[in-house]
Design a protein around this ligand. Structure first.
Ligand code: GDP
Length: 299
């Protein structure tokens, strides 16, 4: 088992078992079985449209009796088709230096953890990394980032509670330029209670970063939690509408049997999926590769 396959096992167990059972029970796939298949996909949160498309594709295929492997492969292929063109690599070390990466998303989505995992993988490659605690209102988030910075052997910048996040981001970019950092990872606030205020703050951070470094931020990653299902789709709409998101990270795919949610989000978003989280360990943050993902999703 790879980490990816292991991480997606909740979804694959439900999905594959159910889908193969349809094909074993119905050698000739009738309308009722097709509907059943569609329902199963909807249950895994693929959404009505994508579920219909995948079910139709599956229905048009002929499978030999008792060949679950062929069914699984066809299902993986149909899922991968839906994800075509929605993947992109993430490597801040291949971009301009200092590379500025902004993390946005609602509280609890996994922003801090994702930032920490990325920091650790970058320092392991020898990069000089600065972590910036841009959510100045959540003391716990600041502490958590500090722990990640120590663990990753990255440098850390924070301010006292309530300090201006844009000011901090500005100072961090100036320092990064002066001191030759490779990458600056900036956490941001994620309080959705006042959407406009949150967006204004994010846009202000983006503006001041651009003042210090032309063309920055080089990446703005929107972190979405797979376990909240359709809510993640709504969050993508809220942040994505501001048009500054360059890539998506979908976390906690290991914590749900409804990992299909990644597919409608990938299709709805203008930004590609860059990374996925399939567990708590550093190695559980993985590059998103559609084909591999689809294959692991069916177990
Ligand atoms: P933030 O509020 O957006 O900064 O969220 P955190 O980074 O604090 O994450 C919230 C919780 O989700 C923490 O307990 C993390 O350990 C956990 N978490 C983040 N990513 C993953 C993942 O891919 N899988 C699992 N199982 N847990 C995750």
């Amino acid at each position: 088992f790879s980490r990816l396959t292991q991480g997606l096992s909740k979804t694959s167990q439900q999905l594959t078992e159910q889908v193969t059972s349809v094909f074993v029970a119905n050698k000739a796939l009738d309308a009722a079985a097709l509907e059943e298949l569609e329902d199963m996909l909807i249950e895994s949160d693929f959404g009505p449209q994508i579920s219909a498309t995948i079910a139709e594709k599956m229905a048009s295929k002929k499978f030999a009796e008792n060949d679950p492997t062929a069914v699984k492969e066809a299902l993986a292929e149909a899922i991968a088709d839906e994800l075509r063109g929605r993947e992109e690599g993430f490597d801040p070390l291949s971009g301009p230096k200092p590379n500025i990466v902004l993390f946005v998303g609602v509280n609890g989505s996994g922003k801090t953890t994702t930032l920490g995992k990325i920091a650790a993988s970058l320092t392991a490659r020898g990069a000089k990394v600065l972590i910036v605690a841009g959510d100045t209102f959540r003391a716990a988030a600041v502490e958590q980032l500090k722990v990640w910075a120590e663990r990753a052997k990255a440098d850390f910048m924070g301010r006292k509670t309530g300090a201006d996040a844009a000011g901090l981001a500005y100072d961090a970019c100036v320092r990064a330029k002066e001191e030759g950092y490779d990458v600056v990872l900036i956490d941001t606030a994620g309080r959705l209670q006042n959407k406009q205020q949150l967006m204004d703050e994010l846009l202000k951070i983006v503006r001041v970063i651009k003042k210090v470094i032309d063309g920055a931020p080089h990446e703005t990653l929107l972190v979405l939690d797979a376990t909240v299902g359709r809510n993640a789709l709504a969050q993508e709409q809220i942040f994505g509408r501001q048009a500054f998101v360059s890539g998506l990270v979908m976390t906690k795919l290991d914590g749900t049997a409804r990992g299909g949610i990644l597919v409608p989000i990938a299709k709805a978003s203008d930004a590609p999926i860059k990374l996925i989280g399939v567990g708590e360990d550093i190695e559980d943050l993985q590059p998103f590769r559609a084909r591999e993902f689809a294959r692991s999703m069916v177990g």
